[in-house]
Structure formats: C-alpha cells, structure tokens
Design a protein around this ligand. Structure first.
Ligand SMILES: [Zn+2]
Length: 487
C-alpha cells in the first residue's frame, strides 16, 4: 500500500520587543540569571499583567504577511499545567479567538507549482522560564535552578492547517520553514536566530493511504530548534510509521522525543489534548478590540516581502534567477547587495563576487553580513575596477582579502601594495620576448596556426608579474611580436 505524508508545524517565534509581554522587564539575552524579573513575570500574588502593544502589532503584521483574517476581537486564555519554570501554574496563551486565522503561505510545491500551505491560526503567548541543571542532564543532576529571565518573553505561535493544504513531504516542510523564517525576518518581527531558540517548532506527522480522506494518528515531536534535526526526525517517522502501517497495525497517537545522536525518535508520552489544559479566558486581561485603523496602519508600513523583492531585483538588475534567490534569502544580504548596486556598473559581476568571494570570507570569519567589515560602497568600487579591466580577478581577490581583514578602500590598497597593473609597454614587450624564448615548442605550434597556446603564454606572463599584467592587452602584444619575428 502507498501512503502519503501529512506534516504540521506549530512554530514558536520569539518576538523582537524591548520589553516582555505583560510587564516592563527588558528582553535581554546576555544577563545573569534572574536579573530581569518582577512580580508579574514571576507570578507573585496580586500582580496584574499589562499587555505589550508592540507584540500585538507584530502578530497582526505577521498575520497580514501570511494572508490571514485579523479577528476584530481577540482574547487571552489560561493554559493550566504545572512545571517549575512556570511560576503561575498556567501560561497566558490564546485559545478561542486568536489574533489571526485562516491564512496561507505560498511555497514551491513538489510538483513545481506554487502551493499555498494553509495557516490555521497565529496567536500570542508568553514563554516559560528555564531550568538549569546542576549536571549535564536532569537525570544526573543533584538539583536544578530556575532562571526566570525568559519567563513571559512574547512568543508568537504559527500553526499550519491540518486539513487545508497541509505539507506533503520533507522537501515541502523544509521550504515552508525556510520561507516562514525569511518572511519573519523581512517584516522585522523576529530575528529568528535558531541557535538562540528564537524559532522553535513542535512538529507533527501522520501517514494515510493515498487518496484517503481520513487522517492517520499523529506523532508529535516537541520543541525542535534545528531545521536539520526536524528533517531528520520527520524522515525517521515516515519510515517508522509506514512500517507499522504496512504490518497492519495502528500508529499510536503520542508525543515522541528526538535523539539527536542516533537520529531516531522515541516514545515519550501519550499526546495530551486541549481539555487536559482546562483553557479558560484570563479574567485579568480584557478582550482586545482590534480596530480597522490599526490594521491599516500596519498594512501601510509593511516592508517589502521576499517574493516581491525577488521580482523587483530580477527586473531591475537582470541577474540570473539562481543568483537572485541566493541574494534575497536573507534580508541582510539583499540589503547589502542593493547598497552596492546603487554604485555598481556591472550587476552580474557584483552578484558573482558577492556570492563567491565575499560570502566565503564571511563564512571563514563566522560573521553575519550585518557585521561585514567591507562597506557596500568600497565593495562596488572594487567590482567596478575589475569590470573596467583596471585590475585582474586575481588582484581583485588579494585586494578584497586586504579590505576584509585590515579595511581601506580598494584604490588605497592597490596604491599602497603596489598592485597597479603594469602599463609600461617596454617592460611588457621584454616579458613577452622572454616567454617566447623560454617556450619554443609552444611558439612553434602558434606559428603553425594553432591560436590556443597563446593562452598558455599569457598564463606564463601573469605568473611572472604575479597577476599584475592585463591579460586582454597581452594577447595582441604577443600576436604582434610573433608576427614581427615571422617577417
Ligand atoms: Zn517582569
């Protein structure tokens, strides 16, 4: 029997706000434990929450970017459960009437057509604190401590629709996560730094016979932060579940744990359902009215979305689609590219130099593009010099390396390091003659009418000058000298 895969995501995104969701404690990452806490975010009796407006705006902005309906009234609810990192004994979340519902996110589907992945809802909730164990793991620890700095940091949860256009494969799952992260970065609601847990997913997956309308039982894998691990876990589950189903048994509905080392999932507990949490409207927080004016204001200030940017850059600069996709994947990268483009005379060369050379330097130095030591104006100057034939690619790379490590404009570096191309015709003529004398066999072939070995002679001269001759001017010079020898 053939099965089809149904994958769903609940993605928790840490919103970029100055303060927490219900108090004015700052959101800071590098701080000693419990440096930023107050009676509200540690659940002291009598402390009352006050909603952060920015977090609501970010949620609505995301809803609009993901084509959702924005509910005119939204409501917070208490999700009740006990855990030491949750001081109130409940998490403030949303149940009925989340801020946004019924949207979609378009990705390239496996069939090559655009596919609108259903978004069921987007809601806002608070994060929990963090347990710090005395040893490496909970089992080995003598005691655990709680750090509430993260408690009540705003989290936005984006839930895909299980029934309306779910994700159907691993490659669609990857495309969805990458596109979602890209959009959230573009609209500046979150930095989505995976290493800092700012983009975490609960993943669910089930299989059903092809063309069946009924859904199979789901496995859920909680709190996954790495896209690579998510895909590993999904791949394992596809194989495991199809084996169970092939053998005629049922897949139990359960929550499973991903073992990063063995790349397998293991049963953790039977899946809890909404009734287990006894959701009820939070009496401390009034119903929120979202007026049309606010929605319009957010719509008007919506930054350009990735798809729009791809279309605009393709049209404006005429660079190949593959390059445009790479340059727009990350907002910082495309901002940098456009910063260069306004000074640059050769867009194709600019994109190639960015993708091949600048990216490599950044990668080797583990720097994000935002911290690139080369200013866009200087980078364009360099590309202009190469495009104009003033310096060779090879010298260009030397200059770029210097700009990257020590700073400075390309002109100044070329001057200081004596990297200017050799303009002295007498010197070049002597070099050509030298190479001709040193390579009699090659020269004989050229004289017999084979033009190809001229490239070899050019290469020899470039070697002697350490790349400082201009290959374009060498060719006619070699031809001229050889024809003079012939006559
Ligand atoms: Zn607080």
């Amino acid at each position: 029997m053939d099965f089809e895969t149904v994958i769903g995501f609940e993605t928790h995104v840490e919103l970029k706000t100055r303060t927490k969701l219900f108090c004015d404690c700052p959101v800071k990452y590098e701080a000693s434990p419990n440096a930023f806490i107050c009676p509200v975010c540690t659940g002291q009796p009598g402390a009352l929450p006050v909603l952060n407006k920015k977090a609501v705006e970010h949620t609505i902005r995301t809803g609009l970017a993901l084509n959702c309906e924005i509910n005119p009234q939204a409501r917070f609810a208490r999700k009740n459960y006990f855990y030491p990192d949750l001081p109130k004994g409940y998490q403030i979340s949303q149940f009925e009437r989340p801020f946004c519902e019924n949207g979609f996110l378009e990705i390239p589907g496996d069939d090559g057509q655009p596919y609108a992945v259903g978004i069921k809802r987007i809601h806002l909730e608070e994060d929990a604190g963090k347990l710090v164990h005395s040893a490496g793991s909970f089992e080995e620890s003598e005691y655990s401590l709680v750090d509430y700095n993260r408690s009540s940091i705003p989290l936005m949860e984006i839930v895909t629709d299980h029934e309306r256009n779910p994700l159907r494969s691993l490659s669609e799952a990857r495309a969805y996560l990458e596109k979602l992260r890209q959009i959230l970065q573009y609209i500046e609601v979150s930095d989505c730094v995976i290493e800092m847990g700012q983009f975490r997913c609960d993943v669910n997956i089930s299989l059903r016979p092809v063309n069946s309308r009924v859904f199979g039982n789901r496995s859920e894998i909680k709190n996954m932060a790495s896209i690579r691990y998510i895909l590993n876990a999904l791949e394992y589950e596809v194989n495991r579940q199809s084996e169970v189903l092939q053998s005629g048994e049922l897949v139990p509905q359960e929550t499973r744990l991903f073992d990063e080392e063995k790349k397998i999932t293991l049963p953790m507990r039977s899946k809890e359902d909404a009734p287990d949490y006894r959701y009820f409207p939070d009496p401390d927080l009034l119903e929120i009215e979202i007026d049309q004016g606010l929605i319009e204001e957010i719509e008007e200030t919506m930054p350009e979305l990735p798809d729009m940017r791809v279309r605009r850059i393709t049209k404006a600069f005429g660079i190949p689609n593959g390059d445009v996709m790479i340059l727009t994947k990350d907002k910082g990268v495309s901002d940098y590219f456009e910063g260069c483009a306004s000074y640059c005379r050769d867009m194709k060369r600019l994109s190639r130099w960015m993708i091949k050379d600048l990216f490599k330097l950044l990668k080797d130095a583990s720097l994000p593009i935002e911290e690139c030591p080369v200013a866009p104006g200087d980078f364009s100057d360099l590309v202009n010099l190469i495009a104009g034939g003033d310096i060779t690619d090879r010298i260009g790379r030397v200059v770029l390396g210097e700009m990257f490590t020590r700073g400075g404009s390309p002109g100044a570096i070329i001057e200081k390091k004596g990297l200017k191309p050799i303009q002295d015709t007498d010197l070049l003529t002597n070099l050509v003659k030298e190479v001709i004398t040193e390579n009699p066999k090659t020269v004989a072939r050229i004289k017999d009418g084979d033009k190809k070995p001229i490239d070899f002679l050019i290469g020899q001269i470039m070697k002697k000058t350490k790349g400082k001759a201009n290959p374009k001017s060498l060719r006619p010079l070699i031809e001229k000298i050889l024809s003079e020898e012939n006559s």
